[in-house]
Ligand binder design. Structure first.
Ligand SMILES: *Cc1c(COP(=O)(O)O)cnc(C)c1O
Length: 226
């Protein structure tokens, strides 16, 4: 009951154009089915092996998002079916996704992860790394990685109770999004997503212009790492 209750509660708070990604990492298929039966179709996982076990066992109309740090040698396992990779944090990784997507005859949607927090454990491009990466991917104004489509940006805020700090990190992410959109994707309607906000900070993220929130523990309860 918990799962359905919280999905409905969160959806009630969401503007129509904001998507809920239910983060199901470390939760069993039964919990995912409870969410599915409540109408949820977008789920996020952060470990390749776990995702590969779940995907074939669950309904095929689920849209799987990958949200964790992705190693290049594991890209090939998810490119055949993944619907969005939120956590692209290097040029090397983006190029590998392009290569593997081509082998599956797919165009894989990706978000570029930007580093906005004050925590060294978090991954992502700084604003200047992002512009130099993107500069290298347009040749004569043409995007060269034909099997990946950059749909926007993703970030994680610092894990803190200081709401002002979280507001300012998300606002900074939104500013970078606007700059990148203007500079590289002005006529591309598909560059439209800003993935930010988790269980503890999604309301702040919504205030700051998130288009996609990633909520796990509020929906599914505590995770049991084993
Ligand atoms: C685990 C995770 C989430 C969900 O976190 P909760 O606090 O459980 O909502 C969101 N985004 C990323 C990148 C995660 O790894």
């Amino acid at each position: 009951m918990r799962v359905k209750f919280y999905i409905e509660k969160i959806l009630d708070e969401l503007p129509d154009d904001v998507k809920l990604v239910a983060i199901s990492k470390y939760h069993p298929n039964e919990a995912i089915m409870e969410a599915y039966n409540a109408g949820q179709r977008i789920f996020g996982e952060s470990h390749v092996q776990e995702l590969m076990q779940k995907q074939p066992a669950l309904p095929q109309d689920i849209q799987w998002h990958f949200i964790g740090h992705l190693q290049t040698n594991k890209v090939k396992y998810i490119t055949p079916f993944v619907s969005l990779i939120h956590s692209v944090d290097s040029l090397k990784l983006l190029k590998e996704i392009d290569l593997q997507a081509r082998k599956s005859n797919r165009i894989v949607d990706c978000l570029l992860q930007i580093y906005v927090a004050q925590e060294e454990t978090k991954f992502g491009f700084t604003s200047s790394e992002l512009t130099s990466a993107l500069d290298s991917l347009f040749v004569d104004d043409e995007w060269i990685l034909k099997n990946v489509r950059v749909r926007g940006l993703m970030c994680m805020a610092t894990n803190t109770i200081d709401e002002n700090q979280i507001h300012s990190e998300f606002r900074y992410a939104h500013d970078i999004f606007n700059d990148i959109k203007k500079r590289y994707f002005p006529d591309d309607d598909k560059f439209s997503e800003l993935s930010m906000g988790m269980s503890d900070d999604y309301q702040i993220a919504l205030d700051e212009g998130s288009t996609m929130i990633r909520v796990g523990s509020l929906i599914f309860g505590e995770r049991h790492y084993s």
